[in-house]
Design a protein. Sequence first.
Lengths: 247, 268
Amino acid sequence: MIDAVFAPVVAFFKPLGLNYAFLLDAMDRQAFWRGMGVTLELCLLVIPCSLAAGVLIAAALTSGRTWLALPTRAFVEVTRNTPTLVQLYCAFLVLNMLITQQLHQYGANPLTPLMWVVIVVSLHKGVFHAEALRAGIEAVPRVTLEAARSLGFSRRQLLWRVELPLAVRFALPSLINNLVDLVKMTAVASAIAVGDVTYESIMIWTQRDNVLELLLLILLYFGLLTWFVSVVGRWLETRLRMPGYGQ
Amino acid sequence: MANDLTLPHGAGGVDISLWRKPWAASAILAVCVITFWVTTGTTPAAVAYLWQWLPALLQGLWVNIQISVLAMALGTFVGLAIGALSLSPVAAWRVSTRWYVNLFRNAPVLVLIYFTTYAFPFEVRVLSWTFAFPDWLKVVLGLALPTSANVAEIFRGAIQSIPSAQWEAAQSLAFKRREIFRLIVLPQCVRRMLPPWMNLYASITMSTALASLVGVHDLVDTAQIASNTVSRTDFTILVYFTLLALFFAYCYPIARATRALERRHDRH
């Protein structure tokens, strides 16, 4: 039945020199579909995790406590200035190996490659979110805070009711930008054999030699995901827009 | 006494100055530890192996640097042309460059590297008759694509950030369009483009690590070979963190210089 849907598609692209015959093979089709699902799953897991990591890192950086701010600063600099792939290897091939060795007598290591990708990419992007949030907090006008203080807001109220709502609005464009980048970054998961869309495509094209066709599909899929993130971002921006602040 | 307030930590002068220079402190510490190991002959086996593999690792880093420099040069060259076209008065140029920039900025770099690695030989087979088309060159092309799209965007942004009043003022002083561009707008643009361009270079350098996934013998690949050959847990830990340190040592100074430049521009 599904073949009936894909057969005309395959027949349409054939004269254009694009061989999408893998769509007619149930196994390959399922593998590609599964890969798309895993990429989506990765995005849906990493986006909230990275935002949480960003808030924590920003809080640690601006806490004013040297014992907390200094190591975080070092972590931020190392994360910003080293390749994600190398970070992933350090986490997966080194830390994961050590954890497996430690847990040897208790049973299997509960951390899967997918979880390591989520951890590493979340922390990596969290660093960039933290930078955006910090800039957002700094962009809140002094006068607004003074006005709120003179109206009798407590320190906590000031943070939650005035400073953070404004800071998030200022930081939103760069946060969205980071999230678009994050979606693209999930492709690195294929390096440690997480079955995302890139990995499954490699598996298919080593058998069928249809690299160009699959790459067009992957690019289309990532284009769709990044487009969706930016549409949601733009919607949030207009939704949260406050007259008089920004633009 | 005022001195109580200005000198809270008392006489810990040496201690503080070392803390202020963490690089110097750690370098001195490293030299001390190594001298101790060498003189007493108690060098840990993993460190000895690392010393043995260090030339290979540095050679790998050199491959990464070559790829990044070539990709950046090619990407800048193409990107400037595309950026100029995106400002053209002809709508067709503007639309097609817009598509190019959006496509290659929104595609994962890894996917583009796979693209050039696996898709190019079939189309360039006519050329590979006469000369080889090595994998590292394909990676250069794969990295040059996103670079050119980003450079085009940086260039367009810089040109558009020059107030249009300057064009009008120059026109009223009887400068030609070409002269305004070359003598007035471009010199200001170069200054504005430098920090984001350096940022881009750092990020392209980090992306060269992906070359190892398509079989280029770069730093990451060398580290993997070393780790598999020696096959010791402590050496594996050491070699992967050395990998991290080597990339950091190359990219961090670039990031520092970029930030310094940005600060200087903010002041002007």
